[in-house]
Structure formats: structure tokens, C-alpha cells
Design a protein around this ligand. Structure first.
Ligand code: M6R
Length: 613
């Protein structure tokens, strides 16, 4: 979703702003812009905006020089992607960039129109800049005017503000991420640390309602209640461990491909803490986990998109291994429905980014219903969702840049398997022997995934046959039904082929009507207890001239024919089999998208970090 970079430094910051925006491109955007303060002219602001890529903006601004400025990538929420709607928005020598949604913008707009302010965009953001101008007329300084403005905003925002008359940038956040960067030659703000890697690793995460004034020689920081805060005391300084290699493609054609191939390594990193252990401690989920888990009688998982699918797999594991009920809800639905709260339920929020607005709101909603046993399963250590929950488990997928989630998903699965074992152990459902065996399986998982990656050449050949397809059906059963959903999501996200995931047994209750010679049916067929049932479902497809692409295990005993294509995964992996099968489906989607020539890492209309509702 939108990205912000802001800088005040002792030399030209234009290259940094452009590089920062480039690093934030992965978040998804449709236009970009920046406002620069020109010291030489005594502080005039110049603005550049583009509805193309950041590279086009870079071209526009290539001869510019400034020591302070704000920059933005926009993902349209209010108003179509166009130059007039691109940020920064300006009014009377002030420029603003904004990430989020201002929910009371209509009322504010009417008030400002009545005061004579003229609007030149269709965005909700523009009210912010006019309101700052309005309040600055009576406020002692820009900082106060911005703080007063924020008090009137309802909704979600991270903002950066610059004024021609001041050599500083004011930033604030509420609901959307924003961090400060402390450098040797300047100070900065950005939506995430990757944007600032070339100038600093010293990061300060802003809390809800913080307002900061960034200048060359320091940062003034005031909390939501108006108290002056000390950086390093009230807000700790973190040293970002993000490596430049993590945000670069290396020899891979796309980030998605790189991230698919990183899975053995990041699974090993996520599972590092189990080392050679034969037994798990609940403390891996936090110091208070033993007490919290001891009283848990069920699990509620809240998540969106791919993270929701990992929750669906976990439901099978938790009910089987821990023997307690587990429900999985789409966060954006749960937060608005009347449900029956259960204070003994463990509420698990799963999120790669830790900033997904719906997931964050759903966990807050669960807490408001008295459900305080909360666990964040997340890939971003200082994210809002992690901070909102009593317990945490951090996956170690590293930075995921491709919009289509891959390595974040498989590391979530590894973490959820650990959770299922832990709950099973606490509930005395798992013997010490079984626990040791499950841990051995987990330790072997990176190698097993590595073997699946060797299927890439064969999957590439399959992918060619999808080039002219408009629809695809993914089938799975049991544990692999959520993997069918995930396979379909991956395919539609990056290839724009319409795809549906179904539990194979459901086929005859409706979707079979879609099957004809033009409808490829991708099926996940591990050699498990449901294989014979699945084979009957596949017969139903074959006898209607459907073309089957089957991912089977080595011993699945599925026979190939002209319209039944079979790829065999190197080994059968029991309960952890979904982790292997999904990797094969990720590769299939990737190569189909490659054949179709879509923008794989930045698919149209999508954003990496969905910080608005
Ligand atoms: O950061 P999160 O895991 O909370 O994100 C949830 C979804 O937005 C995300 O998984 C989305 O579905 C991805 N584009 C899937 O590839």
C-alpha cells in the first residue's frame, strides 16, 4: 500500500527519496510524487508527480537538488490513479503525503470549503493539507498545527508534512506504519526500514498518535498525550538487521522466484530455536505462554488472504494434535459480526506484515469482547499486530518483496505446526515419542522443500499449456483443501487467470458444471487416507473431458494418460505434506505468469501491506 519517505540532510536528498520509493515499490502503488524544499531560493517548494513508475518520477526530478523533502507512492483508495490525485497535496506553501484513509473527510471537506479552501483532487488526503494551513494561521508553529490537525482526523494515517518556510519535516502516525531513521548526515522517516538502508540502520518505531519534527540536528518527539518523549528512552532505537541482499533480486528474474527458492533457508531459520530438542517449551511463544496456554479451551484464528489459508491448515493440525476446537475467520468479517466471545479461547492473529488493518482491528475487537489470550504469529517484529498481542511468535522469512506471499506462508505453517504440538502436549494428547518424531519431521522440512524445488523444470513445461487458459480449478482434500485455495489465490494474483479452489468432494455439488476441455483442473493428491476418495473425484473430471494436472506423491498410484498429467513430489510427508505441495503450486503459478508476461512482483491493483480497510 502507499509508501512514505521523508528526509532532512546536509546534502542533496533527491537520490535518497527516489531510492527509498524504489525500495517501497513492492508495497504496491499506482502513482508517485515528491515535494522538495529548495534552500537556495529561501524555501520554495517544488512538486513532481507521475502516474507511471518511480523511474518516471526519477526522470522528472533528475536535475533537482534539495536538503529536505517528502516522497510518496500512492495506492488509490479515494479518486482514480491520476496525476491530480497523486501525492503530495499542496496548499499555501505546505505539502502533505499520506498513507491510510481519513474516514471523516467529507465533514472536514465541507467545513474547509465553507472557509474558502479550494480542492484540486478527489482524495480524502487533501483535507489534511488544507486543515493544517487553516490551523497554522493561529498555531505557534507548524508542529502544533500538525498535532492539532491529527486530533481532528478519524481513520488511519501516516503523514509527512513540509512547509516552504521551515527546514524540517513533521510526521505523525495512527494505525498506519511509520518509523524514524537516525543518520550521521541527516534524519529521516519512512514506511519501512528498507527505504532508508543506504543512510541508516538506526530505527525508531513511532507509536500511535506520536508527532515528530525531523530536522538536520535532531528529532523532537511528542506522544499522543502531548508529553515530550526521549528517543532511546521512551522510544527505543533498533538497529535494523535487514541486509541489502534481502531487498535485491540477485540472480533471480523476480523477487517471487527468489523468495520461493529461499524457503529451505527461511524454514530452517524459523525452526532454528528447536535445534536438536526432543521436546518443546511453550515459552517459544512468550514468557507468559505456559500460564495462558494452560487455561485455553479452543483456538480462534484471525487472518486475511494467504495468512488465512495458513490458519485453515492449522485448524486440521490443532484439532488433530491438540484435540481442541479451532475456528478460522477472515478478519474483515469477524470484526463486524456478532459472535459468541469465549475468554478461554486463544486468539491467534496471523500476518506476514503485521500491519494488515483488518487483522489488527479484528484482534482489537476480540480483546474488546474480553478475549485477552492473544498470540501474534508474524514476520515483522515491531509491527502493530505483534504489539497488540500478549504472546508472539516471529517467523524468520526475512523481507518478502513479491506481493504474492510465498516464503511467509510456509514459515507460518512451520510456526503453526509448533503451536499445534505445544497445545497437544499441554493437553496431554501427544506422547513424548510422537513429539520427538514431529520435531524430527520439522527439522527435515527444509531439505524436503529443497527436493520439491527440483521439480521446477517439469513445472515450467506444464506452465506453457496454461498460456491460453482463462480459468482453472484447484482441488484438494482434507489438509490439502486449504492448499488448493492457496494455489488458486497465487494463480489469480499473478497471472490474472480466474481460479477457484475447492475441496474435491464438493465438485459434484456445483463446480463440475464448469469442467470441459478448456478447464485445467489442478489436483493435490498426496498418498494419504483420502487418496482413494480423491481418485474418484478425479474420475468425475476425466469423464467430462477435463484435463487434469496432478501433484502426487511418489507412491500415490495415479496413472498418467493423454489428459492426466502427473508430477510426483519426492517424498510423502504426512501431516507436513501441505508445506511441500504448496511450493509446487507456487512454482506453477510463477511460471504461468512468466509465460503470460504479467508484472509478477507487482500485480495490478494489489498491495503488499494492506493498511486500509
Ligand atoms: O501481511 P498479511 O499476512 O496480514 O497479509 C494478508 C493478505 O493481504 C496477504 O496474504 C495477501 O493475500 C497476499 N497478497 C497473498 O499473496
Amino acid at each position: 500500500m502507499c509508501g512514505i519517505v521523508a528526509a532532512v540532510a546536509d546534502s542533496n536528498i533527491v537520490p535518497l527519496l527516489i531510492e527509498g520509493l524504489t525500495r517501497l515499490e513492492y508495497r504496491g502503488y499506482d502513482s508517485a510524487g515528491l515535494a522538495l524544499r529548495d534552500d537556495a531560493s529561501g524555501g520554495a517548494l517544488s512538486r513532481f508527480r507521475s502516474i507511471g513508475r518511480v523511474a518516471d518520477l526519477a526522470e522528472q526530478a533528475k536535475n533537482q537538488s534539495a536538503t529536505s523533502g517528502i516522497a510518496h507512492t500512492r495506492w488509490a483508495t479515494h479518486g482514480i490513479p491520476s496525476e491530480r490525485n497523486a501525492h503530495p497535496h499542496m496548499s499555501d506553501g505546505i505539502a502533505v503525503v499520506h498513507n491510510g484513509i481519513i474516514e471523516n473527510y467529507v465533514a472536514l471537506r465541507e467545513m474547509l470549503l465553507a472557509q474558502g479552501y479550494v480542492f484540486s483532487s478527489d482524495t480524502d488526503t487533501e483535507v489534511i493539507v488544507h486543515l493544517i494551513v487553516h490551523l497554522a494561521k493561529t498555531a505557534p508553529d507548524l508542529f502544533t498545527a500538525v498535532a492539532q490537525t491529527c486530533k481532528q482526523l478519524e481513520g488511519i494515517y501516516a503523514i509527512a508534512v513540509i512547509r516552504a518556510a521551515d527546514n524540517c519535516v513533521i510526521v505523525s502516525r495512527h494505525g498506519a506504519p511509520l518509523l524514524l531513521g537516525l543518520g550521521d548526515h541527516g534524519n529521516y522517516a519512512a514506511s519501512d526500514a528498507s527505504a532508508l538502508l543506504s543512510v541508516t540502520r538506526k530505527i525508531v518505531y513511532l507509536e500511535e498518535g506520536d508527532v515528530a519534527e525531523i530536522s538536520l540536528h535532531g528529532i523532537r518527539l511528542v506522544g499522543a498525550e502531548g508529553a515530550l518523549l526521549k528517543i532511546g528512552v521512551d522510544r527505543p532505537i533498533h538497529i535494523s538487521t535487514l541486509s541489502a541482499a534481502e531487498v535485491e533480486k540477485g540472480d533471480y528474474a523476480h523477487f517471487m522466484q527468489k523468495e520461493i527458492f529461499e524457503q529451505p533457508e527461511v524454514l530452517a531459520a524459523t525452526l532454528e530455536m528447536i535445534g536438536g530438542a526432543q521436546s518443546l517449551s511453550p515459552n517459544i511463544f512468550g514468557a507468559t505462554a505456559p500460564d495462558i496456554f494452560a487455561d485455553v479451551n479452543s483456538v480462534l484464528i484471525l487472518a486475511c488472504g494467504t495468512s488465512f489459508h495458513s490458519g485453515l491448515v492449522a485448524r486440521y493440525w490443532i484439532e488433530q494434535l491438540a484435540g481442541i476446537p479451532c475456528t478460522v475467520e477472515i478478519a474483515s468479517e469477524y470484526r463486524y459480526r456478532v459472535s459468541v466471545p469465549n475468554p478461554r479461547q486463544l486468539v491467534v492473529a496471523i500476518s506476514q506484515s503485521g500491519e494488515t488493518a483488518d487483522t489488527l482491528a479484528s484482534i482489537k475487537f476480540a480483546k474488546s469482547l474480553g478475549m485477552e489470550k492473544t498470540l501474534a504469529l508474524c514476520n515483522a517484529p515491531e509491527s502493530a499486530i505483534v504489539r497488540e498481542c500478549a504472546l508472539r511468535f516471529l517467523t524468520r522469512a526475512g523481507k518478502e518483496i513479491g506481493v504474492a506471499s510465498t516464503k511467509a506462508f510456509t514459515t507460518q505453517l512451520a510456526a503453526l505446526f509448533l503451536l499445534a504440538i505445544t497445545l497437544g502436549k499441554i493437553g496431554r494428547r501427544i506422547s513424548a515419542k510422537d513429539e520427538a518424531e514431529y520435531l524430527n519431521d520439522l527439522r527435515h522440512l527444509p531439505l524436503a522443500v529443497q527436493k520439491v524445488l527440483t521439480l521446477e523444470p517439469a513445472i515450467k513445461i506444464w506452465a506453457q499449456r496454461f498460456a491460453d487458459k482463462h480459468h482453472a480449478l484447484f482441488l484438494g482434500r482434507g489438509l490439502h483443501y486449504p492448499i488448493a485455495l492457496e494455489g488458486a489465490l497465487k494463480l489469480k494474483e499473478i497471472s490474472y487467470i480466474h481460479a477457484e479452489g475447492y475441496p474435491a468432494g464438493e465438485l459434484k455439488h456445483g463446480p463440475l458444471a464448469l469442467v470441459d476441455e478448456d478447464m485445467p483442473v489442478i489436483s493435490i493428491a498426496p498418498n494419504d487416507a483420502l487418496l482413494s476418495k480423491l481418485k474418484s473425484n478425479l474420475e468425475e473430471v476425466a469423464s467430462r473431458s477435463g484435463e487434469l494436472y496432478v501433484f502426487a506423491d511418489a507412491d500415490s498410484a495415479i496413472t498418467e494418460s493423454a489428459r492426466v498429467h502427473v508430477l510426483r513430489l519426492p517424498e510423502h510427508y504426512g501431516l507436513l505434506s501441505p508445506v511441500l505441495h504448496v511450493v509446487a503450486l507456487q512454482l506453477l503459478s510463477y511460471h504461468i505468469a512468466l509465460v503470460k508476461g504479467t508484472d509478477i512482483d507487482k500485480p495490478r491493483n494489489l498491495a503488499k501491506s494492506v493498511t486500509v480497510e
